[in-house]
Design a protein around this ligand. Structure first.
Ligand SMILES: NC(=O)c1ccc[n+]([C@@H]2O[C@H](COP(=O)([O-])OP(=O)(O)OC[C@H]3O[C@@H](n4cnc5c(N)ncnc54)[C@H](O)[C@@H]3O)[C@@H](O)[C@H]2O)c1
Length: 244
């Protein structure tokens, strides 16, 4: 039997990369999936059970629209996978308020607001799940990543607190910390063979991650197999962060 038979899931950032692979994998495992991404994104899927919704997660109306669309289409909500995210590269000394705010709006505030809107429905699920995509940059850093690192550390803190507050309802909340994954976000950097090689070699497995590497972690966290796992930030980085 499929691992998510009968479950209903929302995946944000589902047009590309980790979100697309996750929407497809969760649907292949029996879930009905609302695949959310920005207006104008390519939200066509061949996998059965994936249903598209164009929405910018930073808009004030989006949490309500996203959650009510899932309920209208599926009649229930079991899994919220907050995965939409944007990168940013500016030294702290040069960063504008606008750049800072934009990264926090997509990567952190939208995650909080979608969680808040989903909670009343997730607590009615027999296996409510919140999964948030953070990053190894929640714990590490690099030049130019002040806004990104702050947003992803925020995601981990938010996730932990949600786990604490929702445990009594049987809802789990976990974050995934991907390492270097070949997606839309990193495609331009990794198109340079020298850059791709450096990041592949940082992983003890000597390769870049693929979106499905992270989708499989999301599937685990969404499934009954992870029923006793909550409040965790799970690195899926091919061992990138092992060495100090
Ligand atoms: N690729 C990596 O190496 C890596 C590493 C660590 C963490 N992450 C995180 O993984 C998540 C997925 O990113 P990815 O690597 O698959 O990149 P990606 O660019 O392929 O996918 C991100 C998706 O999010 C969507 N998105 C961005 N802003 C949005 C908004 N306001 N409303 C709705 N959708 C929006 C984009 O349109 C895009 O389809 C992000 O949270 C990212 O920070 C990626």
């Amino acid at each position: 039997m499929a691992r998510l038979e009968g479950r209903a899931a929302i995946v944000t950032g589902a047009a590309s990369g980790i979100g697309r692979a996750s929407a497809e994998l969760l649907a292949q495992e029996g879930a009905r999936v609302l695949a959310v991404d920005r207006p104008g994104s390519d939200l066509t899927f061949e996998t059965q059970g994936v249903s598209p919704l164009e929405a910018d997660v930073t808009q004030d109306t989006s949490p309500g629209t996203v959650i009510s669309s899932a309920l209208e289409r599926f009649g229930r909500l079991d899994v919220l996978f907050n995965n939409a995210g944007v990168g940013a590269n500016a030294l702290a000394a040069d960063m504008t308020d606008e750049a800072w705010d934009y990264v926090q709006a997509v990567n952190l505030k939208a995650v909080f607001r979608l969680c808040r809107a989903a909670i009343p429905h997730l607590i009615q699920s027999p296996a409510g799940r919140i999964i948030n995509t953070a990053s190894v940059m929640a714990e590490g850093t690099d030049y130019g990543l002040a806004a990104y690192c702050a947003s992803k550390a925020g995601v981990v803190g938010l996730t932990r607190t949600l786990a604490l507050e929702l445990g009594k309802h049987g809802v789990t909340a976990n974050a995934i910390m991907p390492g270097a994954i070949l997606t839309g976000m990193t495609a331009a950097s990794f198109a340079r063979a020298d850059v791709a090689e450096i990041w592949a070699k940082k992983s003890v497995l000597r390769r870049l991650g693929q979106p499905v590497d992270i989708a499989r972690v999301a599937l685990f966290l969404a499934s009954d197999d992870a029923g006793f796992v909550t409040g965790q930030a799970i690195a899926a980085d091919g061992g990138l962060t092992l060495r100090v």
